[in-house]
Write a protein of this length. Structure first.
Length: 158
């Protein structure tokens, strides 16, 4: 699993909020809440960082070995659809997912050698993006800022 330096679990209050948002979305859209769907979403919501479907499947199978790949795949699609997971492609072929917190935005540094992903926030970058968008008469709705390079660990090894 490639993730941020802090792989600790998410805070219980935020996990509860995410479950409430998922339940509301499913009720509004006439979707069933199954035990496996609950398990997959719970495991995912408790993670930090960026995880592939295979990563999530491995974590889910630690709690329930009978859960299949298709169940995890469909649940992750649902979480993206309802805005609780973001799908990321960091220059490699593996799709990764991260939990979306509505009040939190961050950008990414991606090491092209070890594939480490570092999340960062920078108010100056955010302000500059808004200024550039405004200068061009562009109403900014969202963005993804990804910087690719070589991390300090890989630089030190070379």
């Amino acid at each position: 699993m490639t993730s941020t330096p802090d792989d600790s679990a998410a805070e219980p209050a935020s996990v509860d909020n995410l479950h409430e948002r998922l339940t509301t979305y499913m009720e509004q859209n006439g979707l069933r809440s199954t035990n496996q769907r609950k398990l997959v979403s719970d495991v995912f919501f408790r993670q930090r960082g960026h995880h592939s479907i295979d990563d999530v499947l491995a974590l889910v199978r630690k709690r329930e070995p009978g859960v299949g790949y298709a169940t995890v795949y469909r649940t992750m699609r649902l979480l993206v659809e309802c805005g609780l997971a973001a799908e990321r492609h960091f220059g490699d072929t593996s799709t990764r997912f991260e939990v979306v917190q509505s009040d939190h935005h961050h950008d990414h540094l991606i090491c092209t050698q070890c594939k480490r992903i570092i999340e960062f926030e920078d108010d100056a970058i955010e302000t500059l993006q808004d200024t550039v968008a405004e200068r061009h008469g562009f109403k900014l709705m969202s963005h993804k800022h990804e910087l690719y390079g070589i991390c300090s660990d890989c630089t030190d090894k070379g």
